[in-house]
Each structure stands twice: as C-alpha cells, then as structure tokens.
Design a protein around this ligand. Structure first.
Ligand SMILES: *Cc1c(COP(=O)(O)O)cnc(C)c1O
Length: 423
C-alpha cells in the first residue's frame, strides 16, 4: 500500500482497522489532560479496563469466603493458573499441557536451566547473543559458575558483524556448529530487546538440536508480538514475562513452555514443590512427590492469584482478537510508523537511522543522530511516551492492541516540531 503522511490518510487506516475498537478496552495515562501516545508497550503494556474486575473479584471472594475461596471462589484459587494455559498455548503455538504460569521470568529461566542446563566436563557451553538483556547475562554467568565452570570459557556469544546492527542467522548457526558437541544449551532472546530483531527461532532451534544441545528461548519481547510455533519448532523450553506486550501489569507472573517430550520424564532434574505434585493427591500431604503430567510439574508454590487475575483478564482479549489479527496490525502500523519517520526525516533534514532489521515485530529502534535528551524531554512533555537510551536511541513500539494510525501521524508532527524548535 502507498502511504501518505496526512491526518486524513491515517484516519482512513484507522477506519479500516478491525482492531480499532480495542482502544476502548485500555486505560491511557494523561499528560496535560490529554491521553498519551504510548510507545512503551514493550516495557509495560497499558492496563486493560477489565483487569480491574478480575482483581476485584479476588478481593471480594477473599473478603467473603476467606480460606474457602481456594475451592469455592467464583474462579477457585487452587487451580487458578490452569485457566491461563489454553489461551496462552494459542499465543505461543503450543499444546495447553506444555504451558504453565508461575513466578517471574528470570526466576523461571533459572528453574528451567536446573532441568535443561546439566553440563558435564565435555558438554558445558552455552551459546547466546552478545549484549543479551542484562538479567539474561547474569543468569547465564551464575548458572555456569554454579556448575563449576568459567563464564569466560563456557559462555559463547554470537557477535554482530563490524558496522552492522543486527545478527545474521548464518553467523548464529555457524557458531552453534562450531561449538558442536561441547554445546549444552542455546538460550537466546526470541526478539532482541534493543534492536527489535526477530531471531529465526525455527532454524536456530533446529541447529541446536542437531548438535545435541538443549534450546530455550527468552520470549520477553516476543510473546504477544510475533508469530510463535514453539511446539512445532521443537524448542525444549521457553519463558516470558507478561507485563510487556501481554498487558498483565507490573512485575507480573511469567509463562513457561516445556516441550511435550519432556513431560512425564523421570530422569529430569527439577526443583520441586507441593504445587507440582499430582493435584488429586496434593492435600494428602504425602512425603513422596508425584509430578503432574503436564508443565505444572514445574510449579513450586501455590499460585499468586492476585497477579494471575489481571493476566487472565488480558488473555481474554488475546483470545477474542487472536494472534493473527494482532500480527497483521502490528505489521501495518509498524510500517506506517517507519514511513512517517522517513517523511519527517526529509522535512527536518536530519538523519534518523532505523537499526531494526526487516525481521521485526512491533518495535523500531532509531538512532536520532545529532539529537539529544532535550528532544526526549520535548516528546514526553508533549504526551509521547518513548524509551530513550543514551546517547540517542529511541525505541518505539506501537502495540497493535491500543495504538492507532492517527497517533503515528501525530507523533511525526510532534517529533518534527521538537527538532525544529530545539534551540
Ligand atoms: C524484560 C526482560 C526480562 C525481565 O525479567 P524479569 O525477571 O521479569 O524482571 C528478562 N529478559 C529479557 C530479555 C527481557 O526483555
């Protein structure tokens, strides 16, 4: 489609957008009394209006039923987490039994590494991307040290090429091959948090499995954003947080995928707790752990129901809309934003550089050469919420659920004013 950088054109795109009505399902912060243009759904998604009802329900049941709520609440608490497995399975391309929801992301990746990073003196290396999200770097380093290896030697980072801002799949595959039978684990971010690149998860998983390694994915920036087929790709495990594109609320519970072939295995190490034991026997308080036959075997504690409630509310929306429609809008709105940036770039004779490659979801990371923090402050002052990384990178994520084409146009105008009025 040929885009135009005009208000009318943007409004026309909104009129044709089947997801436009979902704007109404979300609450927008305001700056100077006006709803913001929100580009940081990759960091914390907006609040779905219905999440409050779901939380209120728990508060009410707690007030009225107290301990009886575990079994007699409207949605009983003792198996509350099970309600999330079906809708989440659709979001990540999995079977419901491969999904569980618990803890938070970094904690879950550690727990999953207990099961899937079991190095020996011959096979102990981990392949990851260079400059992974800091938490992932700390996780990998501490896991490697925990097993008595040296991170310097055991962690193999795939680098970007000199002068390039993205990873080449061929370089990742070559590195996996090179490490070969020393490779214990591949653990990479499915969508890179910094440049927004979508990794070729299918090819990378295949390559890792081919050399006999386990392959896991950190899907923090991928889930609810891009197409995932975890089961068919044959990934061993994956985990994600839910407060970014999944709109579940700050610091909220993390989702976990464990491939079917690992369920019911007796030889797999795992840190266990009472919520992973067979639910029919859970309250018999037996000394012997009998694992659930699904991914819930990895559950340790009873579920954090007050956090799961807004997550479940948000999943209702995902269920209603479906990933396919979200991905279609994600593609068109991101392309429109890219176009608008290009037009403004010409108008102000600047030199924006989009470092996000074409393999992308809904995030554009942009170098605003020559523009400083002043511009960022101008944008924030004018109701545009963006993420700024020193020295001059902004990350723009037009989340398809609640961002409109008109906002992309208006953002362009504000950006232009901000640059022209800089001094
Ligand atoms: C957001 C993010 C995290 C956050 O981890 P928490 O345990 O939820 O604090 C971890 N890894 C990546 C790649 C992320 O983008």
């Amino acid at each position: 489609m040929k885009f135009e950088n005009t208000l009318e054109f943007a409004q026309e795109l909104d009129k044709r957008d089947p997801l436009a009505k979902y704007r109404n399902e979300f609450v927008y912060p305001k700056v100077k009394g006006k709803e913001v243009i929100y580009f940081t759904g990759n960091s914390l998604g907006l609040q779905p209006k219905r999440s409050k009802e779901f939380v209120d329900e728990i508060m009410k049941d707690w007030a009225e039923l107290a301990v009886e709520g575990h079994f007699y609440a409207n949605r009983p608490w003792w198996d509350y987490h099970e309600r999330l497995a079906n809708p989440l399975a659709k979001v990540v391309g999995a079977r419901p039994e491969e999904i569980t929801v618990m803890n938070t992301l970094s904690v879950n990746l550690h727990l999953l590494m207990v099961s899937f990073y079991t190095p020996n003196p011959k096979r102990y290396k981990i392949v990851c991307e260079e400059k992974a999200f800091p938490s992932d770097q700390y996780m990998l380093q501490s896991q490697v040290r925990f097993h008595g290896f040296d991170p310097e030697n055991a962690i193999v980072e795939v680098k970007k090429r000199e002068g390039e801002h993205y990873w080449r799949t061929e370089d990742i595959l070559a590195k996996i091959d090179e490490v070969g039978d020393e490779l214990a684990l591949v653990l990479i971010g499915g969508v890179n948090y910094y440049n927004g690149q979508v990794m070729d998860m299918k090819a990378i998983t295949e390559a890792g499995k081919a050399v006999g390694a386990n392959v896991g994915w950190d899907l923090a920036h991928a889930v609810g954003n891009v197409a995932l087929e975890l089961h068919d790709w044959n990934a061993d495990f994956a985990a994600w947080c839910s407060y970014k594109y999944m709109n579940s609320g700050p610091g909220n519970a993390s989702g976990v995928f464990i491939h079917e072939r690992h369920l019911n295995r007796k030889d797999i190490p795992r840190f266990e707790g009472w919520w992973g034991t067979k639910k029919e026997e859970r309250f018999l308080m037996k000394p012997q752990f009998e694992p659930m036959s699904n991914a819930d075997a990895w559950q340790i504690s009873n579920p954090p129901v007050l956090s799961l409630a807004p997550y479940l509310a948000s999943l209702e929306l995902f269920e209603e809309v479906g990933m396919q429609a979200l991905i279609e809008k994600q593609k068109s709105i991101t392309s429109y934003l890219e176009f608008v940036l290009g037009e403004i770039d010409k108008d102000v004779d600047s030199s924006f550089e989009i470092i996000t490659p074409q393999e992308r979801g809904c995030q554009l990371s942009v170098f605003l050469h020559g523009q400083g923090k002043v511009l960022f402050n101008y944008l924030m002052d004018h109701g545009v919420i963006v993420d700024w990384r020193e020295p001059n990178v902004i990350r723009l994520a037009p989340a398809p659920f609640y961002c409109s084409f008109e906002e992309m146009y208006r953002f362009g105008q504000i950006l232009k004013e901000g640059i022209l009025n800089k001094d």
